[in-house]
Structures are given as C-alpha cells and as structure tokens.
Ligand binder design. Structure first.
Ligand code: F6P
Length: 325
C-alpha cells in the first residue's frame, strides 16, 4: 500500500505538443487512486516561487488537443544551484506534496536526478521534448507533431523552390540532436541532410550538390539541424555562395513554429499512455525513473540513464536518405 496521498505535476524546459494531454492523463489517473494533485506552474522556477495550483478532473477538461502547456514552462537557473533546490524541496514539503511527476527533456531530468539525490522526494519522469533525444523511449512527447509541422513547412517551401528554380536551406530545431532533421529530411525528400551527429565536410557537400545540379535538377532542398557543426543554415549558405553563386539561394529557419500546434493523434496517445503509466509506477513504488515506450510497450528506465546515455540516430535511415536523394 503506497503512502503517497498528494502528487505534484509540472512541465519544464522547452514545451512540446502533447504536454497538456500528459498532464490530463496524470490528473485523471491520480483521481482513480484517490490522490490529490497539485500543478506546479512554470516548472522548477514555480517550485521555488511556490506557484502551486490544485488540479481536479475538470480543470484538465478540453486540453487534450491544445499545444503549449496549461502549467506553463520555464528554464530555471536557480534550480541548478543547491540552494535553489533546497528552497524548492522546502516548498514541496510545506505543501505536503509526497511525490513529483516531471514532464520534460534532458535538462528537466538532470535537475530531477539531483533533486532526488539531495532531498529524496519520489519522482517519475515523462519524456516531453520535440528533440526526441532521451534514452529509454522510442519517441518523446511532441516529436511526432514537430516532425509533421516541419514536413508540412518543407512541402510548402518545395512549391516555391520549384516555381523559382531555387536552392533552399531549411533549418530545423535540434541543438545537439538530429532526429527532427533526419526524419523530416526523409519525409520531405531533401537532397542533403546535415546533423550534429555526423561530421559535415564542405568538400563532400559541394560535390553532392554539384551532382544534384548536373542531374539537371533546378531546385533543391537541404535540411540542416540548428546544431550542425557548420553553424546552421545561414552560415552554410554563406559558405556555399562562392561555388554556387549562380543558383538562387534562400534560407528558411523554421524555429519555434516546430514547438507549437495541436498534438498529432500519435502524440496524444503516447501522452495518455505515459501519463497514466507515471502515476501507476509511483503507486507501484518506483521512483527516480522515467516511463517510456520501448517497442510499443511501457517501460521504466533509471532517470539518470535517460540523459547521460546518448540516444543514437538510426544510421540506416541516413544511408537511405542518401540513396534516395
Ligand atoms: O529542447 C527543445 C528545443 O526546442 C531545441 O530543439 C532548441 O534548440 C531549444 O529548445 C530552443 O530553446 P528556447 O526555446 O529556450 O530558445
């Protein structure tokens, strides 16, 4: 029998579509176990500022389809300090919160790992980031929506690229991970895909592009992850201008458009499953773990592993992209 009576739930770091669906699932599952739920607004920042709100089944009505997060999000510098975490822990205890559900990405889970180590407050993570860069889950909440948003944008760019016979460099999000770039590049039929995980050599890029134009293609599209070591799409365009100056070149940075919008069905289902699994895991006595979906099944992984073990991109997909371009 669990001694947990009240749980706190929060969203932290970069928001991702589906976070609301996960909050809803946490709250509604908690009600099934007669638990009280407190929403901690603005993530760790709100934990330090005591920005708490009681949540019930009704307060999470009509949010499953909404992007963003009703609990708001933030990146907190104070929580990175021991003093900040001590203040947050005191507030959690003062509010009689027995356990936490943290929805976020690697930064959120690094914070949660230290917090658990120092203050021993049970915590379960739910992977929420468009970057898909957490080990212990095939996909993170928001990744599928971001992919579809970026693909839709690329389709539109292709139309205008084709109309004007232009070369487009499209930059997608991903400071340290190329998951979005790789899969949107394939789905959008990109001629080249540049990722932080692979070394980008200018001579190779130039020779691939020359092949593209030798094949009489008049327009072309390159997908660049923001964290690619070339420095991103703007810098790359500057580098290419010398050799490909006769081609009309444009840069489009998709940016935060990838973080917003209605979650796809797949993200809503993932959020619902993981939100329910997080509460169930707490009730089963798990702590300091993340719930994820591995080969379609809910699995728990040590929180520390989710951010300290680098999740690999699928190199077969990269080869496939090269072959098809
Ligand atoms: O981690 C999610 C993410 O969207 C990254 O892809 C991106 O590099 C970063 O957040 C942007 O952060 P911010 O919204 O704080 O500028």
């Amino acid at each position: 029998m669990s001694t947990i009576k009240k749980i706190g739930v929060f969203t932290s770091g970069g928001d991702s579509p589906g976070m609301n669906a996960a909050v809803r699932a946490v709250v509604r599952t908690a009600k099934n176990f007669d638990l009280n739920v407190v929403g901690i607004r603005h993530g760790y920042y709100g934990m330090i500022q005591k920005d708490f709100v009681e949540l019930d089944g009704i307060s999470v009505s009509n949010i499953i389809q909404q992007g963003g997060t009703i609990l708001k999000s933030a990146r907190s510098a104070d929580f990175k300090t021991e003093e900040g975490r001590a203040k947050a822990a005191q507030n959690i205890k003062d509010y009689d919160i027995d356990a936490l559900v943290a929805i976020g990405g690697d930064g959120t889970f690094q914070g949660a790992t230290s917090f658990y180590k120092e203050h021993n407050i049970p915590v379960i993570g739910i992977p929420g980031t468009i970057d898909n860069d957490l080990s212990g889950t095939d996909e993170t909440i928001g990744y599928d929506t971001a992919l579809n948003t970026a693909m839709d944008a690329i389709d539109k760019i292709r139309d205008t690229a084709d109309a004007h016979d232009r070369m487009f460099l499209v930059e997608v999000m991903g400071r340290e991970a190329g998951f979005i770039a790789l899969e949107t590049g394939i789905a959008g039929g990109a001629e080249l895909i540049l990722l932080p995980e692979t070394l980008t050599r200018m001579p190779e890029i130039k020779s691939s592009l020359s092949d593209v134009f030798r094949a009489q293609r008049r327009s072309s599209l390159i997908v660049v992850a923001e964290g690619d070591e070339t420095g991103g799409a703007v810098k790359l365009a500057d580098e290419l201008k010398g050799d490909f100056g006769k081609y009309d070149m444009r840069v489009c940075i998709l940016g935060h458009i990838q973080r917003g919008g209605k979650p796809t069905a797949r993200d809503r289902v993932l959020s619902s499953r993981l939100g329910a699994a997080a509460v169930q895991s707490l009730m089963d006595g798990h702590t300091n773990v993340m719930v994820g979906l591995v080969n379609g099944e809910v699995k728990v992984s040590p929180l520390h592993n989710t951010w300290s073990k680098k999740k690999s991109i699928n190199y077969e997909l990269l080869e496939l992209a090269k072959m098809l371009s």
